[in-house]
Write a protein that binds this ligand. Sequence first.
Ligand code: GDP
Ligand code: CA
Length: 308
Amino acid sequence: MGLMRIVVLAGGIGGARFLLGVRAYAERHGADVTAIVNVGDDVWMHGLRICPDLDSVMYTLGAGIDPDRGWGRADESWKVKEELASYQAEPTWFGLGDRDIATHLVRTNLLNAGYPLSAVTAALCERWQPGITLLPATDDRLETHVVLAEEAIHFQEWWVRHRAELPASNFVFVGAESAKPAAGVLEALAEADVILLAPSNPVVSIAPILAVPGIREALTAPVAGVSPIIGGAPVRGMADKCLSAVGVECSAQGVGRMYGGELLKSWLVDPVDRATEVEGVGVIPTPLYMTSPEATAEMVRVAVESLP
Ligand code: GDP
Ligand code: CA
């Protein structure tokens, strides 16, 4: 066998931390890694195109992330945000740091010049050298909206402004039906030896990737998923709110069954969730806290070795 090819479907923070482990594993075993990243959270703010999940992954792998916040740039300042607030320029609830804004300026200029997001991402990565190939799921418009009692709002408004506290009844991936996989996505999947689902939010990070027509069908290599839920709760964030909105139990078993045997060959759960059963899927208990790239690389090894 030549170089092993690993493709990872990923969201933001959970995806980024997982990819640190995938990269460490790949360095040790000589594998090639491509991440297909959620774009459903992407949004226009103050005339700038923001791609939160792509940036979390890019900054994390490029060692530019703020490690405490888990998003945005290290050593950040907020002067532009303060000035915008003085103008009462909406939205005031979204954190745009000064360093981060440079990324959004470069991205927006390239998009306005006509480059697709995949090419723009590659250009940004020339600076950050993430060591893996980063691809947006699609170059087309795909926006996650949250259905509330009376209206639907952009996912970012629900998540950041309202802290996921407004009761949601569903999520809609606006534009998904006519979106096409971004340049390179189908090629990477066709060449993949293994496909890994990062322990990202299943409802608003992984589902919007799978909602792009053609991507699910292209998952012909065996798939191993890693649970973002340990002991009935998300390790971090508000995935429980998203799962309850779509009627899925917040547990490793609930998420494993949501993905199901059509998608998964194996499902990694933490040892506390060892009783998990998912029909047609090999459930593998192994420690799932991503406390270091090495600990996560071990998780990746278990996932890869679980696949045929
Ligand atoms: P976001 O787009 O920034 O919200 O990030 P993702 O969707 O990629 O990941 C969020 C998920 O990562 C949450 O549901 C967390 O439960 C999960 N997560 C965070 N840290 C860990 C960890 O150490 N282990 C596991 N298994 N999941 C984690
Ligand atoms: Ca996200």
